[in-house]
Design a binder for this molecule. Structure first.
Ligand code: GDP
Length: 644
C-alpha cells in the first residue's frame, strides 16, 4: 500500500520497529505529555534550584525543555507568562508540582551563604554557638530619617557636637559615614552610633542588599511643617524593617511650631506618644539652637533598653557591614565599616563584598588612628583591593587566600546576575513590553535637573501627557543636582527610569546604574524628554504577541528528493501541523534551526492544509535539508496577547 508519507512511505523492518518502540518507551518514561506538549518530568522529589527572579527560560534550561513548552504548560494551569518574564515563587512551585519537581527559590543572600559555607564559614551556626556569657552589651546603631528640609543633617551635626568637647581633635569630626557619641546615662558611659547619611535612601539601599544595620530610627518632623510624604515613607521603611522609632519634633524655635499637631498627625500612622497611651517617645528639639539634644539621646537610649537586646560577642574575628566607601587618590580604596560582632584589628585579612585585603590602617570619625574596633564601632579601613558597596557585608578570614577566593567568586556571581538582570528592568524602550507582560502598569520616573525651575517645568509637562487609562506616569522623586547613587538605588527598588535634564551622573553612578540595569536618560531640551516619554507610554498601545505552540511531529524517515529537497516522513505527536506555520527542528533536545516554516505538507500523495495528532504526513522545510530520523518538528504561531 502507499504509505502515508507522500512519497512511497517507510519500509519497516521488525528490528527497527522494536528499537523505535524502545526509544518511545524510554521517552515516555522520561517525559510526559501535558496539553499536547512533551516535557521532561521529574520524579516528584528532584529538587530544582532557581535564582530569585528567574524566568521560564531559566527553568526550561535546567530541565532541558523548550521554553515554549513550559509556556503552554503554565497556560494550562491558568497562568499566562512569556518565556523571559521573571516569575514569582508561587508560580514556579505550581509548575514544579505539575512537572514533578520540588522548586526551591534561592535568594542572593542564600547563595552567598552557600558560597561562604563552601569555605567552611557558617555564620548562622557560629551565631548559635555563642553562649550567653560571651555576649556583651553594645551601642545601638541609629539612623536619622524624615522629610527633606526637616533638619536631619542639622540634627546629625548637633548630635556630633553635643559630644565633642572643646579642643578634642580641634572639635572637628570628619564625615566617614557614621560616628559614635558617648553619653552619661544614669552615671554610666553609654555609646550611640549614628549613621551619618540622613534619609531612608541609604537605609533602603542597605536593606536591599540584605544588610540589617539600624537598630533604632530617629524620625525628624519639622514642627512648622508636620507630617509630609517622606515622613510617611520613612515610617513605612522603619516598620518594614521592624525598627523602633523615636520622634524628634524639630524647629521648635520657629514661629508657628505646632508640636501637638505633629503628635496628632502621627497617631494616624500608629505612632502614639506615651502621653496618649502609646509607646513612642517624642522629644521637641531645635537642631539649629541645639536645644534638647541630650534629651533626645536619652530617649533613644531608653527606647533601646526597653525594646531591644543589643549584645554581641567581641571576642572573635570581626564581621559587619560596609557603610560607605570611595576611592581616594592617595590612599586607594577607603571603606567605612561598622563592626557588628567580634573585634576588627589592624593586620586582619578581610573580605567585603568583592573587595579583599589586609587592614593596613584604621581611623575613627575624628581622624585618629585606632588599632581595634569593637561591636557597633564604625571605622575607616585602608588596605582593600577594591571599593565595596554600601551594605556589603564584611568578615575576617584566617587566610589571605580565602578572602581573595571569596571575593573572586562573588564577582563572578555578580557578573552572571548582571547579565540576567539587564534584560529585566524597565527602560523607555521596553516599557511597553513589561506593561504587556502584566508586570507593571506605572512608569515611575526620577527627575533630576540643574535648576528647580526646569525640574518643575518638566514634571508639569510630563504629568499633562495624555496616557490613557491602562497606564500611569508617576514622578517618585525629583531634585536638583547631579544624579546620585541614591537616585539609582531608589530606581532599583521602585523600577524607575531616571531623567537627567542638563545634569550628569556623579562619580561612580554610571557603574552602579549599569550594574543594576537602571535606565538613565539625559536631555537638554524639555520637549525631547517629553517626546521620548510620550512615545514610550504610547508604545504599549501596540499589540503585543507571544509564541503559542501549535503542534509537533516526530520524524520517522527521511526521503531525499532532488526536486523537492528532503522530505520528513513524520507522525504528528501533538496538536496539529499546518502548512506555512513557523517551525523549528529539534534534535536530542537541542534546537538545530528555528527559523523554518512548513513549506509543504502532504497526506499520502495529496497536499494537505493541516494534519492532526496521530496521523502521518510528509513535511518539507523548503531549502532546509538537515533532517534526520528521530528529529522533532515543532510549530507555533504568534498570537496577540489580550490586554487585561
Ligand atoms: P534635611 O534635608 O532634613 O537634612 O534638612 P537640613 O538639616 O538640611 O535642614 C533644612 C533647613 O532647615 C536648613 O535651612 C536648616 O538650617 C533649617 N533647620 C534645620 N533645623 C532647624 C531648626 O531647628 N530650626 C530652624 N529654624 N531651622 C532649622
Amino acid at each position: 500500500t502507499a504509505g502515508a508519507f507522500g512519497r512511497g512511505g517507510p519500509s519497516r523492518s521488525k528490528n527497527r520497529k522494536s528499537k523505535r518502540a524502545k526509544r518511545q518507551e524510554m521517552e515516555q518514561r522520561r517525559t510526559r505529555e501535558i496539553g499536547g506538549v512533551r516535557v521532561p518530568k521529574g520524579d516528584g522529589t528532584t529538587v530544582l534550584r532557581l535564582r530569585r527572579g528567574s524566568s521560564l527560560a531559566d527553568f526550561a534550561e535546567k530541565i532541558n525543555a523548550e521554553p515554549a513548552a513550559l509556556v503552554t504548560v503554565l497556560m494550562k494551569l491558568g497562568e499566562m507568562a512569556t518565556a523571559n518574564q521573571s516569575l514569582d515563587e508561587e508560580t514556579f512551585k505550581l509548575l514544579g508540582e505539575e512537572l514533578g519537581y520540588v522548586v526551591e527559590i534561592v535568594s542572593p543572600e542564600d547563595e552567598d551563604r552557600e558560597l561562604l559555607e563552601s569555605f567552611d564559614i557558617n555564620l548562622s551556626a557560629e551565631a548559635e554557638d555563642e553562649d550567653d556569657e560571651d555576649l556583651e552589651a553594645r551601642p545601638a546603631v541609629v539612623t536619622v530619617m524624615g522629610h527633606v528640609d526637616h533638619g536631619k543633617t542639622r540634627l546629625l551635626d548637633a548630635v556630633r557636637h553635643a559630644n565633642v568637647t572643646e579642643g578634642e581633635a580641634g572639635g572637628i569630626t570628619q564625615h566617614i559615614g557614621a560616628y559614635q557619641v558617648q553619653i552619661d546615662h544614669e552615671g554610666e558611659q553609654r555609646g550611640l552610633t549614628f549613621i551619618d547619611t540622613p534619609g531612608h535612601e541609604a537605609f533602603t539601599a542597605m536593606r536591599a542588599r540584605g544588610a540589617k544595620v539600624t537598630d533604632i530610627a530617629v524620625l525628624v518632623v519639622a514642627a512648622d511643617d508636620g507630617v509630609m510624604p517622606q515622613t510617611v515613607e520613612a515610617i513605612n521603611h522603619a516598620k518594614a524593617a521592624g525598627v523602633p522609632i523615636v520622634v524628634a519634633v524639630n524647629k521648635m524655635d520657629k514661629e508657628g511650631a505646632s508640636p501637638e499637631k505633629v503628635r496628632g498627625q502621627l497617631t494616624e500612622y500608629d505612632i502614639v506618644p506615651e502621653a496618649y497611651g502609646g509607646d513612642t517617645m517624642f522629644v521637641d528639639i531645635s537642631a539649629i539652637q541645639r536645644l534638647n539634644i541630650d534629651e533626645l539621646l536619652e530617649a533613644v537610649l531608653l527606647t533601646a533598653d526597653a525594646s531591644l537586646e543589643l549584645t554581641a560577642n567581641p571576642d572573635h574575628e570581626a564581621r559587619g557591614v560596609a557603610i560607605e566607601a570611595n576611592l581616594d587618590k592617595g590612599r586607594g580604596p577607603v571603606a567605612t565599616v561598622l563592626v557588628q560582632t567580634g573585634t576588627l584589628r589592624i593586620g586582619d585579612t578581610i573580605v567585603a563584598g568583592n573587595a579583599h585585603g589586609r587592614v593596613r590602617a584604621m581611623f575613627d570619625e575624628n581622624g585618629q588612628e585606632v588599632t581595634e574596633a569593637e561591636p557597633s564601632r564604625p571605622v575607616q579601613v585602608l588596605g582593600l583591593s577594591a571599593v565595596p558597596r554600601a551594605g556589603d557585608s564584611f568578615l575576617v578570614t584566617q587566610e589571605d587566600r580565602t578572602a581573595r577566593q571569596i571575593a573572586e567568586k562573588r564577582e563572578a556571581v555578580e557578573r552572571n546576575a548582571m547579565l540576567a538582570k539587564r534584560r529585566k528592568r524597565v527602560s523607555l524602550e521596553n516599557f511597553d513590553q513589561v506593561v504587556a507582560e502584566g508586570k507593571i502598569d506605572t512608569l515611575n520616573l526620577i527627575l533630576k535637573g540643574d535648576v528647580s525651575g526646569a525640574v518643575e517645568a518638566l514634571e508639569d509637562a510630563l504629568l499633562k501627557i495624555d496616557v490613557g487609562e491602562d497606564v500611569q506616569l508617576r514622578v517618585i522623586h525629583r531634585g536638583v543636582g547631579a544624579i546620585t547613587q541614591n537616585d539609582v538605588n531608589l530606581a532599583t527598588v521602585d523600577d524607575a527610569v531616571i531623567i537627567g535634564f542638563n545634569v550628569r551622573p556623579a562619580e561612580r553612578v554610571n557603574d552602579l546604574a549599569e550594574r543594576e540595569g537602571v535606565d538613565m536618560r539625559f536631555y537638554s531640551v524639555i520637549y525631547a524628554a517629553i517626546d521620548d516619554i510620550e512615545n514610550a507610554m504610547k508604545g504599549m498601545l501596540k499589540p503585543e504577541y507571544e509564541e503559542v505552540e501549535l503542534g509537533s511531529a516526530e520524524v520517522r524517515e527521511v526521503f531525499r528528493s532532488s526536486k523537492f529537497g528532503n522530505i520528513a516522513g513524520s507522525i504528528v505527536r501533538s496538536g496539529v501541523i499546518r502548512r506555512n506555520a513557523k517551525a523549528r527542528l529539534v534534535r536530542d533536545g537541542a534546537v538545530v534551526s528555528d527559523d523554518l516554516a512548513i513549506e509543504s505538507l502532504k497526506r499520502y500523495k495529496d497536499d494537505a492544509t493541516e494534519v492532526r495528532q496521530d496521523f502521518e504526513c510528509g513535511i518539507g522545510l523548503g531549502s532546509f535539508n538537515d533532517i534526520q530520523e528521530g528529529d522533532r518538528i515543532e510549530t507555533w504561531e504568534m498570537r496577540e496577547i489580550p490586554r487585561v
